[in-house]
Design a protein around this ligand. Structure first.
Ligand SMILES: Cc1cc2nc3c(=O)[nH]c(=O)nc-3n(C[C@H](O)[C@H](O)[C@H](O)COP(=O)(O)OP(=O)(O)OC[C@H]3O[C@@H](n4cnc5c(N)ncnc54)[C@H](O)[C@@H]3O)c2cc1C
Length: 388
């Protein structure tokens, strides 16, 4: 039996790597991070070259958190001496009457003093002739949007966590956890560790980890995918000339300029089917790809070309698509987060908050909307709202 750590982080994907970094950087905790697979594995949610980052969100609490997200990435960048955010500008666009009204985004940004531009179809096509749009399409442009270099950011978090003294172990699946009067025992990879605080960032395996505390949430794990296309007009999709974008309707699509592969990346949001994270395959869904290609044929024809590769990846969805960032009810020394399929941009700041919750007992960030005890999470078969 070893008791060498103040805080253990379970899961070293995007959020857990962030938590390990911020806990170790504070210098107040001896930190152990435990990852069940190899570092940088592709079975979870946080792999690939890029994830969209944006201030443009549908509610003020997300916009405020996004501001703190940029600050956290900047702090990591200057500590790790490596760049992880690339600002390309971001365009939210869709039909005037749509399943995801742009007005909510405009209102939330206005409430949080975030500047943006409203563009009609003509102006969007004047700036980015890569799009082919009818008159009823409108958009919001926000200049700070861009991409987080996901794999590079995860590596930077883990590298700097170690530089600040954390011990990180891969191939160390946590088998069980016991909480005895606030003293935690964590069994992983043949060793039982004792610690005072625990951060759980288990992504698609969250319910297995939470079961140690008698908690189960109505989460749906889906297998999503992104596709890189060998556009014959590659230069038109360079990051200096083409923004990240989101099609704000149901179905919702999104895309990136060329980054990490030799072509732009396009995907459908929440277009995947439910899976078990342990038995899922890595085979692309051809119907999902066909929906993406049909969309591109109509609205973004010059991006279309032969498929370079399709990568699959998991979403851990809450029924309302809001995050969970909280302590486990009845266990104030254990915090956890569920990313609801849009949390990579927040991975650093959510990791930071998870550490604040267990070490400081609270956070300056507004996480009231991300409570583990909100009514919809107590329902067994809640209605699902994935288009936000
Ligand atoms: C295709 C796709 C596109 C996306 N696009 C965006 C985007 O553009 N912008 C954005 O902000 N977000 C995006 N997201 C969402 C974002 O990537 C996720 O919300 C985020 O990566 C979640 O990180 P996580 O740390 O919670 O999960 P993960 O990265 O899956 O990490 C969980 C880790 O816990 C480990 N683990 C689990 N159980 C145990 C155990 N018992 N013992 C030890 N280790 C354990 C797992 O192995 C895993 O490594 C996208 C997601 C996908 C799939």
């Amino acid at each position: 039996m070893a008791r060498d750590y103040d805080c253990i982080v379970l899961g070293l994907g995007g959020i857990g790597s962030g938590a390990a970094y911020w806990l170790a950087r504070g210098g107040r905790s001896r930190v152990l991070g435990l990852e069940q697979f190899e570092f940088g594995h592709v079975r979870g949610e946080s792999q690939d070259h890029s994830r969209i980052i944006r201030l443009s969100y549908h509610a003020p609490n997300y916009v405020r958190l996004a501001k703190r997200a940029y600050e956290s990435w900047e702090a990591l960048e200057s500590d790790a001496k490596t760049r992880v955010v690339l600002k390309t500008g971001g365009l939210d666009l869709g039909p005037r009457v749509s399943a995801i009204p742009l007005q909510g985004y405009a209102d939330a940004m206005t409430a949080c003093d975030v500047s943006f531009e409203r563009l009609d179809a003509h102006e969007i096509m004047r700036r980015w002739p890569q799009f082919t749009l009818a008159d009823d399409i409108e958009g919001l442009y926000q200049s700070q949007s861009g991409l987080v270099m996901a794999e590079r950011a995860n590596d930077a978090h883990r590298r700097m966590a170690r530089a600040h003294g954390a011990v990180l172990r891969d191939n160390a699946p946590v088998e069980w956890i016991r909480d005895t009067d606030g003293e935690l025992e964590v069994r992983a990879g043949g060793t039982t560790y004792r610690c005072a605080k625990l951060v759980i960032a288990a992504g698609p395996w969250s319910n297995s980890a939470l079961a140690n505390f008698g908690l189960r949430l109505p989460l749906e794990i889906t297998k999503e995918q992104v596709t890189y296309f060998a556009s014959p007009h590659l230069a038109a999709f360079a990051p200096e000339r083409f923004p990240v974008w989101i099609w704000m309707d149901d179905p919702s699509f999104y895309g990136f300029p060329v980054f990490g592969e030799a072509g732009p990346k396009v995907a459908q949001d929440a277009g995947g089917l439910p899976v078990d994270p342990d038995s899922r395959t890595f085979e692309p869904d051809t119907e999902n790809l066909a929906r993406v290609e049909n969309f591109m044929r109509r609205y973004l024809p010059t991006a279309l070309g032969p498929v370079i590769r399709t990568k699959t990846c998991l979403y851990t969805l809450t029924p309302d698509r809001d995050f969970v960032v909280d302590r486990i009810p009845g266990h104030p020394n254990v915090s956890f987060a569920i990313g609801a399929g849009h949390a990579f941009k927040f991975a650093s700041v959510i990791g930071r908050i998870l550490g604040e919750l267990v070490v400081d007992g609270g956070t300056a960030s507004d996480i009231a909307g991300f409570s583990a005890e909100r009514p919809i999470l107590r329902e067994i078969d809640p209605p699902k709202t994935y288009m936000v």
